[in-house]
Design a protein around this ligand. Structure first.
Ligand code: CAO
Length: 541
């Protein structure tokens, strides 16, 4: 059987703004088939009978008139299952008539004390007794113009936007979200431009405005709204943004707590669809950590993008560790003013020594990279500059300087970045440090780290030396106050005793918390560290 567009009242044509089903979908009598929209209202058109969709005869953007064929339904398989629903056209007539919004003109006008006050009421609702106020965009005291959204009403099947029909100032908004209203209920009172505004200007006194309005029967002087200031106009404008969405979409958004005004509509003319609402909610659920900080700190979130619109995509779920790292990084980046300082350490002599004892270390099962030398030098540098081994107390009142040195080493694993800690690193020699770093890196990669291995760090080293790069800005591992990034050493010409000498240079990047570490502290730290690495005999002192 044909699914036919029901009576549209006095509206001649409506636009198809959403197609809710696909061919071979099994639908119930009340299930929406399409959403149509006139100038003032949107409405879902239900199937009218239970059955299987065998054809969809309309496309998005089509203009339809009463009686237009929307599609075909095979009711044979479900005959009798939903007969109570009645024919499609009857169904639609009973549930919501988009023509009703046509009547949303000021229902009452009164010229009081030289101004024209109009009352904006709920228009004729056809057969519907009551509708719910689901959005109030109107704000008392704000300026409105014809077409500005005031409130959105919703019945079981249709939602209706009530716009302003006059230019003026809203004196009072008489409804709130959740109110049940019927035809003729007062929604708002407005003063038509040229009356209230002129009077207020002429009197140039706030109390005069009160007197003028007190003359209106329903407007006691005490309830007099302030004229809109620049501050309260801004939210009014934001709240007044028109949101195109069908009743089912609005219902879904309300049920799962999605603020429709934040959802980018992918439908025709920016219409928000159910899928948009679900995608918005899904994006939020998948990024609990990411969104918590921006919401509380007022940082606007990055809008969701449907990348599939531009080409093939694949979603790879983040591991638990990756999500935790994301949270830690964002927390640190947003809370700590980072400064990163770069310096090269001349490790020509260090490298000669390392090469000379590499085999010896290997015989003890130790792989000797530059890293343990750097750890050793960092420990001694921290002893000379203890502020960088500290933490800012949670209340921001004190710098907690630790009398122990536990060095965290960033380790890349298939599951994500982890930072095991070498406890008492300052007490260990270079070979022991190498062995410990190797052991922790292996434990990290085989997921054998204990909680103890991951806690208590005082300073972190992040080495990309085995990969490359001349410098980067490592993010502080809060609540520590500094982190050292290590790049790949390269031979560079260094001016020495009147000539350029080829010398191995190690790029180092120190990020520090500028709330407690000054540039001078960072600079001194780097001078000490590069001097120790340039002459590792000093590490023995
Ligand atoms: N310059 C030049 N070569 C370097 C170097 C440097 N700064 N650091 C290491 N190398 C060399 C080593 O000497 C070794 O080569 P040889 O075998 O010829 O001696 C090779 O690179 C591999 O070293 P490695 O990675 O096995 O050992 P490591 O001690 O340097 O590093 C560890 C250990 C755990 C830090 C490392 O394996 C790792 O996971 N690095 C990534 C850390 C990370 O992800 N940081 C980023 C954090 S921010 O996103």
């Amino acid at each position: 059987m044909n699914i036919v567009l029901p009576s549209l009242g006095d509206i001649e044509e409506v636009e198809v703004t959403e197609i809710c089903v696909a061919v071979s979908d099994v639908v119930g009598a009340d299930d929406p088939i399409i959403v149509i929209e006139s100038d003032k209202a949107s409405m879902e058109v239900p199937a009218g009978n239970a059955g299987t969709i065998v054809e969809i005869s309309v496309a998005l953007g089509d203009q339809l008139g009463e009686g237009a064929i929307i599609g075909k339904l095979d009711t044979a398989s479900t005959e009798g299952a939903d007969s109570a629903a009645g024919p499609t056209s009857q169904q639609s007539d009973d549930t919501g008539n988009p023509s009703a919004a046509k009547d949303s003109e000021p229902s009452e006008q009164a010229r009081v004390g030289g101004q024209q006050v109009v009352q904006i009421s709920v228009p004729d609702l056809g057969d519907i007794d009551e509708v719910e106020v689901i959005e109030v965009a109107a704000i008392a005291g704000s300026q409105v113009a014809p077409g500005d959204l005031l409130v959105v009403l919703e019945s079981d099947k249709a939602s209706m936007e009530i716009p302003a029909e006059v230019t003026g100032v809203l004196l009072e908004v008489n409804v709130a979200v959740g109110d049940q209203v019927s035809a003729g209920s007062l929604l708002a009172t407005a003063s038509i431009e040229g009356a209230l505004q002129d009077d207020v200007m002429a009197e140039d006194c706030p109390s005069q405005e009160g007197e003028t309005l007190a003359a209106a029967p329903s407007q006691p002087a005490a309830a007099m709204p302030e004229p809109a200031s620049e501050d309260n106009m801004a939210p009014a404008a934001a709240a007044g943004r028109q949101i195109y969405a069908g009743p089912a979409t609005r219902r879904l958004a309300r049920e799962i707590g999605v603020p429709l005004e934040q959802v980018e509509g992918s439908g025709n003319r920016g219409r928000v669809t159910k899928d948009d609402v679900k995608a918005w909610a899904k994006a939020r659920i998948n990024q609990p950590a990411m969104t918590s900080t921006p919401v509380t700190s007022g940082i606007p979130h990055v809008p969701a993008v449907d990348f599939a619109k531009f080409g093939d995509v694949e979603e790879q779920p983040l591991t638990r560790i990756q999500k935790q790292v994301a949270l830690n990084m964002q927390r640190s980046w947003l809370n700590i003013p980072h400064v990163t300082q770069h310096a090269n350490a001349d490790i020509e002599d260090l490298e000669s020594f390392r090469q000379s004892i590499k085999v010896e270390a290997q015989n003890q099962g130790i792989k000797l990279s530059p890293l343990p030398f750097i750890i050793k030098a960092v420990c001694q540098t921290l002893a000379a500059h203890p502020k960088l081994n500290g933490s800012l107390s949670a209340d921001g009142e004190n710098l907690v300087v630790k009398h122990y040195t536990n060095i965290g080493i960033a380790v890349d694993t298939p599951e994500g970045l982890v930072v095991p800690v070498i406890r008492g690193a300052d007490q260990l020699g270079i070979l022991a440090l190498a062995g410990k770093a190797q052991e922790l890196a292996e434990k990290a990669r085989s997921k054998k780290l204990a909680l103890d291995d991951l806690s208590g760090g005082t300073f972190t080293i992040s080495s990309l030396g085995n990969i490359g790069g001349t410098g980067f800005t490592p993010i502080i591992n809060a609540p520590e106050v500094a982190i050292l990034g290590v790049g790949k050493s390269v031979i560079q010409p260094v001016w020495q005793e009147g000539a350029f000498e080829p010398r191995l240079q190690l790029p180092l990047s120190l990020s520090y918390d500028h709330r407690v570490i000054n540039g001078v502290d960072g600079g001194n730290f780097m001078v000490t560290l590069t001097a120790l690495l340039a002459d590792i005999r000093r590490l023995a002192l």
